[in-house]
Write a protein that binds this ligand. Structure first.
Ligand code: RB5
Length: 150
C-alpha cells in the first residue's frame, strides 16, 4: 500500500523510525512532512497534508504523529473521508480498521516508545475492513453524519 505519513515537531523523530519500518514491511511512503525539525511547526498542517494525500488517492492509509496524538486526530477527523483515531493499544489499532474502516492511525510520540509504535503500525497496516453487514451499516451512518455536517 501507499502510506502517507506526517508529523509535527512532537512526532518528528518517531516519524523517521516508523517510516523506515513501514518501508521494511513492503509499503511505499508518501512523506507529508515535516521534512526537517522545526520546533515552531503546527500539527494541523501535517494532518491536512496526510488527509489530502488520501483524498487525492495518492495514499490508501495514513499515519500521523504529534506529541500526544490528540491534536493530530482532532485535525484529521475534520477532513471528508478521513477516519482517524488515536490508538495506543494493538487491539484498537487492528479493530479500528476491521470494524470502523479507520484509514489514519494517530500516535503520540511523547507517550509511547518506538517498539510499541511499531507494533501498532503493524496491527493497523495488516488489518482489512470486515465487510460484514453491521459494520457497513454503521460506517454508512458515520458517512451520513459527515454528509450532514459538510
Ligand atoms: C506540540 O508541542 C504538541 O502540542 C503537539 O505535538 C500535540 O501533542 C498536540 O496534540
Amino acid at each position: 500500500m501507499k502510506i502517507a505519513i506526517g508529523a509535527d515537531h512532537g512526532g518528528f523523530v518517531l516519524k523517521q523510525i516508523i517510516a523506515n519500518e513501514v518501508r521494511k514491511l513492503g509499503h511505499t511512503i508518501v512523506d507529508c512532512g515535516a521534512k526537517k525539525y522545526n520546533a515552531k511547526d503546527d500539527y494541523p498542517d501535517f494532518a491536512r497534508a496526510v488527509g489530502a494525500a488520501i483524498q487525492r488517492g495518492d495514499a490508501q492509509r495514513g499515519i500521523l504523529l504529534c506529541g500526544s496524538g490528540v491534536g493530530a486526530s482532532i485535525a484529521a477527523t475534520k477532513m471528508r473521508g478521513i477516519r482517524a483515531a488515536l490508538c495506543h493499544d494493538t487491539y484498537s489499532a487492528r479493530q479500528g480498521v476491521e470494524h470502523d474502516d479507520m484509514n489514519v492511525l494517530c500516535l503520540g510520540a511523547r507517550v509511547i516508545g518506538d517498539a510499541l509504535a511499531y507494533e501498532l503500525v503493524r496491527a493497523f497496516l495488516s488489518a482489512q475492513f470486515d465487510a460484514n453487514e453491521r459494520y457497513r451499516r454503521r460506517l454508512n451512518k458515520v458517512l451520513q453524519i459527515e454528509k450532514e455536517n459538510s
